[in-house]
Design a protein around this ligand. Structure first.
Ligand code: NAD
Length: 447
C-alpha cells in the first residue's frame, strides 16, 4: 500500500441504501436557544448513505472539532442537528464555527444549561458526541445509551471507580441494544500505531519486560474566577483543576500513553505505586490537581511500566510510548523497532501527521454505522481510564494500590446526577483562604 493510500484511508461504505433513520421528532425552533421535549426515538441505525443526525454535548474545543470531523466523513450525509452546552457563549461560538465551515449542515437547535444534554437525548439524533469534562461522562453516557443513541465519547470516560463501573455497565447495555460506542483514544485509529502494535503482538521485540510512557509538557488552559460566578460555575469553567471534573492530568491527558501500553500488554496492570505533588501549581486558580506524577505499574507476567506526566513549563517535554522486550526495543510513537544491539529493524512507512487519528476515528465510526456495524470500545477505554485513576490513587496515597481494590473503590468524587443549575452547591468548597483540598501522600485516603 502506498503512503498516499494509507494516509487517505477511505472507509468502505455499505452498498445498500435504505431509509432506516426515522424522523420521529419535530424540529426545534431555529435561531433561538430553546429547550423542550422531542419524541424519543427507538434504537438509531444508519445504513448506506442515509442521513445521520448528530447531537453535540459539550461545545468546547474538542467537541467542536469532533463535530467538524464527523461532518468531514465520507459516504453519506451527516448533519449536526442539535448542540448543548452548559454555557451559552460556548454553544454559540461552536455553532458559528461549524456553520462557517459546513454551511447548511448545522441546524440551529441549541440548548443551554446543566440539563441541556437531556434535551439532545430526547431529540431524534442518531449519534451523540460527548465532549464535556469527563466528570459528567458516566451520567451522559448512561443516559445516551438509555435513549438509544450511538455514542462517540471523549476520553477519559470517568474520574473515579464508581464512574468507571457505571460506564462499563452502560457499555454492556449498548452491546445488548446494538449501539455503537467509540472513544476518543484516537491512537487506536492511527495506522502507524495499528501497524506497530500488530508487530509487537507478533513478537517483534519478544516478551515485553519494561515500558515507558510520557506526557511531560508545560500545562493547559487556566480560566480565572470571574466576578459574579457561582462556585459551581467557576469550577465547571476552570474544570481541569478539579478532580471531580478532570480526575487530574494523569487521567485527563496521560491516559493516552497509558492506554497504548495497556494495548501492547493486552490488558490492564495489576498494581501501581508512585509519587507526585505540586511544585508550581500554587496560585488561586490551580484548584487541587498535582503538577507531576511518576508511577510504576506492574502487569501480569511481571512487566513494568514507568509512567511520567508533568505540567511544569521550562522542563524537558515528551509525549511518547516505548517498550523494551527480550529481543529488542520499540519506540511505539515513532513506529520504529530496534534489535538488542540498537539496529533499526523496522520502521513504518506511513506518514501520518500528529492528530490524524481525530479524523480517522470519525471516518471509522461513520463507515461502521453505514455498514450496519456497531463497534464497542467501552471496555478497553474504561480499563485505561481506571489504570490512570489507579496511578492517581498511588501518587495521592503514597501506597501500593492493587487493581482489585482500585476498581471496587466506592469513593465517588461528585454525584453529578444531582447538579441541575449553576446555583446548586458545588461538590467541593474552598477554605477561607480560597484553597481546595490537595492530596498529601501518606495521609490521603483513596478508597
Ligand atoms: N482525544 C483527544 O486528543 C482530546 C483532545 C482534547 C480534549 N479531549 C477531551 O475532550 C473533553 C473536553 O475537552 P475540551 O478541551 O474540549 O474542553 P473545553 O473546556 O474546551 O470544552 C468542554 C465544554 O463542555 C462544556 N460543559 C461542561 N460541563 C457541561 C455539562 N454538564 N453539560 C454540557 N456541557 C458542559 C463546557 O462549557 C465547554 O464548552 C475532555 O474529556 C478532554 O479530555 C480529548
Amino acid at each position: 500500500m502506498s503512503n498516499q493510500k494509507k494516509n487517505d484511508r477511505m472507509p468502505t461504505i455499505g452498498a445498500s441504501r435504505r431509509s432506516f433513520i426515522k424522523d420521529t421528532g419535530r424540529l426545534l425552533a431555529g435561531g433561538a436557544i430553546v429547550s423542550g421535549g422531542l419524541a424519543i426515538p427507538g434504537n438509531a441505525h444508519a445504513h448506506g448513505s442515509d442521513l445521520i443526525k448528530v447531537g453535540l454535548i459539550g461545545c468546547g474545543g474538542r467537541g467542536t472539532s469532533a463535530a467538524d470531523q464527523a461532518l468531514n466523513t465520507y459516504g453519506g450525509e451527516v448533519r449536526i442537528s442539535a448542540m448543548a452546552d452548559v454555557f451559552e457563549n460556548n454553544v454559540q461560538t461552536a455553532f458559528r464555527s461549524l456553520q462557517g465551515k459546513h454551511a447548511g449542515k448545522v441546524d440551529n437547535n441549541r440548548f443551554v444549561g446543566l440539563d441541556a444534554y437531556s434535551d439532545i437525548l430526547k431529540s431524534d439524533v442518531d449519534v451523540v458526541i460527548l465532549a464535556t469534562p469527563p466528570g459528567f461522562r458516566p451520567l451522559h453516557f448512561e443516559k445516551a445509551i438509555e435513549a438509544g443513541k450511538h455514542v462517540f465519547m471523549e476520553k477519559p470516560v470517568a474520574v473515579d471507580a464508581p464512574g468507571v463501573r457505571r460506564v462499563l455497565a452502560a457499555g454492556k447495555e449498548a452491546e445488548r441494544k446494538g449501539l455503537a460506542v467509540q472513544v476518543g483514544l484516537q491512537r487506536h485509529h492511527e495506522f502507524r500505531y495499528q501497524e506497530c502494535i500488530a508487530k509487537l503482538h507478533d513478537g517483534a521485540v519478544g516478551e515485553p519486560i519494561f515500558a515507558r510512557a510520557y506526557w511531560n509538557a508545560g500545562g493547559v488552559f487556566k480560566r480565572p474566577r470571574r466576578k459574579g460566578q457561582t462556585e459551581l460555575e467557576y469550577q465547571i469553567s476552570n474544570w481541569y483543576y478539579f478532580n471531580w471534573l478532570s480526575g487530574d492530568h494523569i487521567n485527563e491527558q496521560h491516559i493516552h500513553n497509558i492506554d497504548v501500553i495497556n494495548w501492547v500488554m493486552n490488558g490492564h496492570p495489576l498494581e501501581a505505586q508512585g509519587q507526585g505533588g505540586r511544585e508550581v501549581r500554587k496560585d488561586a486558580n490551580s484548584g487541587q490537581i498535582f503538577d507531576h506524577h511518576m508511577v510504576e505499574f506492574a502487569y501480569h507476567g511481571g512487566a513494568r511500566l514507568l509512567s511520567q506526566c508533568r505540567h511544569i513549563p521550562g522542563c524537558w517535554t515528551e509525549v511518547a510510548e516505548h517498550i523494551h522486550g527480550t529481543k529488542g526495543y520499540c519506540n511505539i510513537s515513532d513506529a520504529k523497532i530496534f534489535d538488542l544491539r540498537g539496529n533499526l529493524v523496522w520502521e513504518s512507512e506511513t506518514i501520518e501527521g500528529n492528530g490524524k487519528g481525530w479524523q480517522q476515528e470519525q471516518h471509522d465510526m461513520f463507515a461502521s454505522l453505514r455498514r450496519g456495524e456497531t463497534p464497542n470500545e467501552t471496555e478497553y477505554a474504561a480499563h485505561s481510564t481506571m489504570t490512570a485513576i489507579m496511578g492517581r490513587m498511588a501518587t495521592y496515597s503514597g501506597k501500593i494500590v492493587k487493581w482489585h481494590d482500585a476498581i471496587n473503590s466506592d469513593l465517588l468524587l461528585a454525584y453529578t446526577d444531582s447538579l441541575h443549575s449553576l446555583n446548586d452547591p458545588a461538590p467541593l468548597w474552598p477554605n477561607e483562604r480560597g484553597e481546595y483540598d490537595v492530596a498529601i501522600p501518606g495521609k490521603t485516603k483513596v478508597f
